[in-house]
Design a protein around this ligand. Structure first.
Ligand SMILES: [Fe+2]
Ligand SMILES: [Fe+2]
Length: 160
């Protein structure tokens, strides 16, 4: 059994380089659901994804799982603001916008990380994830999004 402290330590180590790169800092200015920022959301999805993999004994590429999850909503606009959004189809198109931005800022993005970003909205986007890492992130994204919608900002109370 993997200890929670061990998972948190591993997460911090894996997430830090990405959180300090590119335009990740901009995600703190965008609201994802309710009062949760997009930065809070992607950190929660990445942590939950790593927790799911490690606590269930799944063999995954931990580094790519965390970086792909941190970049899965890297679309860099406020989707509530119709003037800022590039189109009216955010739910369907934001994975492609996120991937384009991620490729620009992280040129070494791996095929697995691209899979995580591009297919996280399945079944809203028609092509399903190709890797177990992308399936985990897609499931954890739905779980975190539901919690954010139902409970306001669940991370503010939890002490993360
Ligand atoms: Fe998304
Ligand atoms: Fe998301």
């Amino acid at each position: 059994m993997v200890e929670i402290a061990e998972i948190r330590e591993k997460f911090d180590e894996l997430a830090r380089p990405t959180l300090q790169s590119g335009r990740l800092y901009q995600l703190a200015a965008f609201v994802q659901h309710g009062t949760t920022t997009t930065l809070d959301h992607v950190i929660a999805v990445a942590y939950t994804s790593l927790f799911t993999a490690l606590s269930s004994g799944m063999q995954v590429n931990e580094g790519e799982l965390v970086r792909g999850a941190l970049l899965h909503d890297y679309y860099l606009y406020d989707w509530h603001d119709c003037k800022a959004a590039p189109d009216k189809w955010h739910g369907f198109t934001h994975p492609r916008h996120a991937l384009n931005n991620a490729r620009a800022d992280f040129p070494d993005l791996s095929p697995l990380e691209q899979d995580i970003i591009l297919h996280h909205m399945f079944p809203l986007v028609p092509i399903p994830p190709r890797s177990k890492e992308a399936w985990i992130v897609s499931a954890c994204d739905k779980l975190c999004s539901s919690a954010e919608t139902m409970f306001g900002n669940p991370y503010a109370k939890g002490g993360r």
